[in-house]
Ligand binder design. Sequence first.
Ligand SMILES: Cc1cc2nc3c(=O)[nH]c(=O)nc-3n(C[C@H](O)[C@H](O)[C@H](O)COP(=O)(O)OP(=O)(O)OC[C@H]3O[C@@H](n4cnc5c(N)ncnc54)[C@H](O)[C@@H]3O)c2cc1C
Length: 491
Amino acid sequence: MQRRTLLSAGLIGLSRKSWAAVPATFADQSHLLGHRLRDRAAFPISRRVERVPVLIVGGGIAGLSAAWRLQKRGFRDFVLLEMEQEAGGNSRSGENEISRYPWAAHYLPVPSKSATLVRELMSELGVLAGGKWDERYLCHSPQERLFLHGRWQDGLEPDAPSPREREQAKRFHARMDEFEDSGEFAIPSATGRRTRSDLDRITMTEWLKHEGFDSEALHWHADYACRDDYGARASQTSAWAGIHYFAARGQRDDKGPLTWPEGNGWIVRKLLERVGKHVHTGTFVHRIGRAGTRWRVFAGEVEYQAEAVIFAAPAHLSAYLIEGAPPVDIVYSPWLTANLTLDRWPDQGATHYAWDNVIHRSPALGYVVATHQSLRTQIPKTVWTYYWALCDQTPAEARRLLLEKDAAYWSEAILRDLEPAHEEIRQFVSRIEIMRFGHAMARPVTGHLSRRIRDLEGLYFAHSDLSGYSIFEEAQYRGVEAAERAIRRLR
Ligand SMILES: Cc1cc2nc3c(=O)[nH]c(=O)nc-3n(C[C@H](O)[C@H](O)[C@H](O)COP(=O)(O)OP(=O)(O)OC[C@H]3O[C@@H](n4cnc5c(N)ncnc54)[C@H](O)[C@@H]3O)c2cc1C
């Protein structure tokens, strides 16, 4: 807690004089368009009309999965509009002279038997063949490590120092196994029983205390899990969602996760190989209205007229974009990620690094190593993707900070955060590229289970926001489900 407070305070008062410059740039600009929507700015007048049976807004995993499903069901006449220059949304990736790297989503847990859609896609992509997972994509060892008390330990669960803490860790995992067996928590979450609304009325921290868990190590681990998956502290996350992290993924005896140098950007690439011809990038949808039974979708100089619209952009945009759509009550977690290019490895040499490297008590979530899956014996240079869920301020304050501060400020904050574990990190990093996500993902706060986002006639919501939290499996499921509803309408 103390280091976190210090870093947050230090962040506000960083003095420029003390900064050893590592070139840093922002890799994002899309908030400028988003803010034009918010401010109800004028957009170009449309000059031509195009008719299309199905139109998909947003090319993240949900939108691409809707396209994947439409195509598999024999529909060819659809268009997907994506505002960014590249599709993928939170699963986008980048590449430099050293490696491909993720910008955000970087892994997929090995799907359990009930995650049928994920297994279907992975079979199609050759990741799952003859019941076996391709070893190239299962995360190599060592997978995770934690910097605690001045040294790295294996795994992310802090070694519990006392017998009392060890007993609590054991009891906690036994409770999670019970929850897993109950069928309450499933992925996709809509397929679970979802009867424990009592767990959605208290926070994860409150649940831990109520169950008599006071181990500091256990509280840290639960808090880390909530920051990792939801961009929120355990005290800001509903107990239902906190438990879901541990009890939904059928991981008890499984290996994994599945990962690639560019993270889930690999899946995006493979989906684009299939549906890319339908995707129009750099195309920002700025208004959606009705014309009788059709929908009018305005983007650039084109007015599209569609019989069915699949809205796979973040749900909070619906109130700004769609005529007649009610405001959506979702709290969004702001995030920052950064890709650090390293000309050499600090201290330990490539072999000692895990894929995921986390620093205990840091306000951030550490970094994943993009070259980890490489089979080369010599990897002199590398790229680290650094993750930071900004949850020590209100989301609005964090978004203001993201916009106000320049890239040099954030790069300094990142380097200072890494220094306890890598004292001379500045000597190894040649540049830092930063991505800001003001509304990165829906935060499953208490009460999120009762939230409903209802389709309009002929307009189907598809974003992972519908699940109340954001992971690949939910985005894919929501996209596929929306595609099915659109198909039913057309028929
Ligand atoms: C930092 C971070 C790390 C993550 N790590 C993981 C991980 O390791 N594993 C995992 O499973 N999940 C991870 N996630 C969750 C990730 O959000 C989901 O896996 C998934 O990518 C969400 O897909 P989506 O389609 O629902 O949403 P989004 O990715 O938000 O896609 C929405 C798309 O709509 C587009 N759009 C928005 N407005 C418009 C408009 N007006 N016109 C046209 N297009 C528009 C956007 O540009 C975007 O491409 C992470 C998320 C973040 C932020």
